[in-house]
Design a protein around this ligand. Structure first.
Ligand code: ADP
Ligand code: MG
Length: 267
């Protein structure tokens, strides 16, 4: 099982859009994909239009306060795409994590229980650098090469100065966490969202700065109407506008993250 954390503490950079559409692209390639709404604000739940089963709660499951069936937590979107929506008590998870030993591993331990069910997990991270974000990063930590679970971090950014500052802060938090827990993370790269070269020098020079950064850019998405339309229609861009530049971009991103997909599609 491959775990992708779509993370950046900066809000509005495209984490949720990336999660939804990357998950849809992986599912389209035949992978069984679980997308997790790991942001208490529930934008992913909203964007994909899934209902929350009353009483079912990932937050309480992680705290050992709920032990229902996995099928109550997971909602099916299409043949291969599944979502764990957020729940009202997701807001309570982070404060309740503090003080718990091994709190950074709660999500990771839960994901260990679904290894035989899903091929990929895509986590939509919250716009903050707290325990929730730490949990998502830790779930992607490097394991031995033969481990069943492998993970990567994808960082959506926008071509703006404030995004560069935010990136620095994010990377610092990553380093702190790696040192504190003695784990290692692999960052697959940045995706630049809502890119508009017509905005001039600020946009183009920021894109350049990202491209020459050691982390590198693995996808550039323009400001595209299909994204907003599909959000409003509560579906994915791949479903709403399958031939669009955006849909193609997300398929390329999926292939780039998982080169095995390219081989499978060609055969
Ligand atoms: N490539 C894009 N083109 C047009 N609108 C976009 C694009 N990416 C994101 N958006 C819009 O920008 C807003 C913020 O994106 P979102 O994915 O919610 O960011 P985050 O999860 O990082 O807060 C949303 O309303 C979304 O529909
Ligand atoms: Mg979001």
């Amino acid at each position: 099982m491959r775990i992708y954390a779509i993370a950046n503490q900066k809000g509005g950079v495209g984490k949720t859009v990336t999660t939804v559409n990357l998950a849809a692209a992986l599912a389209e390639r035949g992978r069984r994909v679980l997308a997790i709404d790991w942001d208490p604000q529930g934008h992913l739940t909203e964007a994909i239009g899934v209902e929350v089963t009353p009483g079912a709660s990932l937050a309480r499951a992680l705290l050992g306060q709920w032990s229902g069936e996995l099928s109550e937590l997971v909602q099916q979107v299409n043949d291969n795409l599944f979502v764990i929506p957020t729940s009202d008590d997701m807001f309570l998870l982070e404060p309740q994590m503090y003080g718990k030993a091994g709190r950074e591993y709660l999500l990771s331990r839960f994901l260990d229980t679904v290894v035989s069910i899903f091929d990929d997990v895509v986590i939509d991270c919250p716009p903050s650098l707290g325990a929730l974000n730490d949990n998502a990063l830790v779930a992607t930590r490097k394991r031995p090469a033969d481990d069943q679970v492998q993970g990567k971090i994808v960082i959506p950014v926008q071509a703006e100065d404030s995004s560069i500052k935010a990136l620095r802060l994010f990377l610092r938090q990553m380093t702190t966490l790696q040192e504190a827990l003695n784990v290692e993370f692999e960052v697959a790269g940045m995706t630049v969202n809502m890119y508009d070269g017509r905005k001039g020098r600020i946009a183009t020079s920021t894109l350049e700065a990202f491209q020459t950064h050691p982390i590198g850019v693995i996808g550039v998405f323009k400001d595209l109407k299909e994204v907003r339309e599909s959000w409003r229609l509560r579906t994915t861009v791949l479903e709403h506008a399958p031939a669009s530049e955006t849909a193609i971009g997300f398929r390329k991103l999926a292939d780039r993250l998982d080169p095995e997909l390219v081989t499978a599609a060609a055969s």
